[in-house]
Design a protein around this ligand. Structure first.
Ligand SMILES: *Cc1c(COP(=O)(O)O)cnc(C)c1O
Length: 414
């Protein structure tokens, strides 16, 4: 069977066959077994003593269906290894809690997923100091660095404000400090952008979003891009400082962050995410084109005060998006001139659904201040530039003309 390099989607849809076929099936079966048996007990002992690698012993640590998905995510992100988790938050948690210790300092973007922001509060309680910065400006990151800074965490395209970090600037700062540069690539996805190409050390994807794309399965992943020198990282436990140093970090994330913390993905979810991933490029191209058209229509509308979308020339990081991303992605947010009309406009939508969540096949709309950023409080909302009337739109797969017509009619009279 040919293993010749091909395009993004060709590689993805043929990955299962290239990994070995059972019964001629062109897709991998779903392995549901939690336990794995061995011919002889000596084989089992060898696995525990590290003499045999790459076999599965218990599904909380690894399984064949999840391993097949890990290989696909790794191929898409161009990494040296990938680990999958039950959810995106399990992946974020594993990175923070397996690689940081009390006394460390984390520099985190102001503009991160609400639950990641909440998790930073938990870290603070456990003795990790957290400094929030505006990552669109590398100078702000440089000013926040301390001798004990171990990690800088950003999102490639922030939700809901669509801010884009100065990746290259931050990567250079991290390299000078031997700090890990972690990028959550969920909104752009590896089809629009591969953070490893601009210096990210670890890349996180919430697979529940762009990569699955159908809104019927959850998952998360951590990919090591192979850029970081783990030999200089003081927190790698002795048993994991063995073999290829490029794998030390991921070995620790798998043992401490997956095996011990327990946020394991099950085979059926891995299969569902992998099925969704096959259409990633097609879906994201389509929804990004629709999002651009919707953003342009909203920006020109007299009832709309502001639109945040990286594909618009008015976006502060428009040039960065043009240079680094294949398209502006499927996420936008907007504010009405009369914020008091926000709920009425959303209620008039016929196609777009008032709902939480992102990257479904259906367009989802939510006013963020009274919902997903309510618990965060007014201070965090002000820092994140989230006005009371800000509406987030996660553009789905509907025909662009239908979606634009829906928003047009909903805005009438606003
Ligand atoms: C949704 C999301 C997460 C968390 O993913 P879950 O699968 O919902 O746990 C993390 N980061 C970003 C940017 C997200 O949008």
């Amino acid at each position: 069977m040919s293993t010749a390099p091909a395009g993004f989607t060709a590689n993805l849809v043929h990955a299962d066959r290239r990994g070995g076929v059972m019964h001629g099936g062109v897709r991998k079966p779903v392995h549901t077994s939690v336990q794995y048996g061995f011919e002889r007990v000596e084989d089992l002992i060898d696995v525990f003593q590290g003499k045999v690698k790459g076999v599965h012993v218990y599904t909380r640590q690894s399984s064949p269906t999840v391993a097949a998905l890990e290989a696909k995510i790794n191929q898409m992100e161009g990494g040296v290894g990938t680990i999958c988790f039950a959810t995106g938050m399990a992946a974020v948690t594993a990175v923070f809690f397996s690689l940081l210790k009390a006394g460390d300092h984390l520099v985190c973007s102001h503009f991160v997923f609400g639950n990641t922001n909440s998790l930073c509060g938990t870290l603070t309680g456990l003795g990790v100091q957290v400094t929030r910065v505006d990552p669109t400006d590398a100078a702000a990151v440089a000013a926040a660095m301390q001798p004990n800074t171990r990690m800088v965490f950003v999102e490639s395209l922030a939700n809901p404000g669509t801010q884009i970090p100065d990746f290259e600037g931050i990567a250079a700062i991290c390299q000078a400090h031997a700090a890990l540069f972690v990028v959550d690539n969920t909104v752009t996805s590896p089809w629009l952008f591969q953070p490893g190409t601009v210096g990210a050390d670890l890349v996180i994807n919430a697979l529940s979003k762009s990569i699955a794309g159908h809104g019927v399965a959850m998952g998360g992943s951590v990919t090591d891009t192979g850029r970081f020198d783990w030999r200089g990282y003081p927190h790698i436990f002795a048993p994991y400082r063995q073999g290829d140093p490029a794998q030390w970090g991921l070995t620790q994330v798998r043992r401490k962050g997956l095996r011990d913390m327990g946020g394991a993905m099950m085979g059926q979810a891995a299969h569902d995410v992998a099925t969704g991933a096959e259409t990633l490029a097609l879906r994201v191209d389509h929804s990004s084109a629709t999002a651009l058209a919707l953003a342009q229509m909203l920006e020109a509308h007299p009832a709309v005060a502001r639109v945040c979308y990286p594909g618009l020339p008015s976006h502060p990081q428009h040039a960065r998006a043009q240079a680094l991303f294949k398209a502006g992605a499927w996420l936008l947010s907007f504010e009405l001139r009369d914020a008091a009309q926000t709920n009425a406009v959303i209620n008039r939508l016929q196609l777009a659904i008032p709902a939480t969540g992102l990257a479904d096949t259906r367009t989802l709309v939510i006013p963020v201040a009274p919902t997903i950023f309510w618990e965060a409080g007014p201070e965090v909302r002000a820092r994140m530039d989230i006005a009371d009337g800000l509406v987030r739109v996660s553009v789905g797969l509907e025909d662009a003309a239908d979606l634009l017509a829906d928003f047009s009619q909903a805005l009438q009279g606003a």
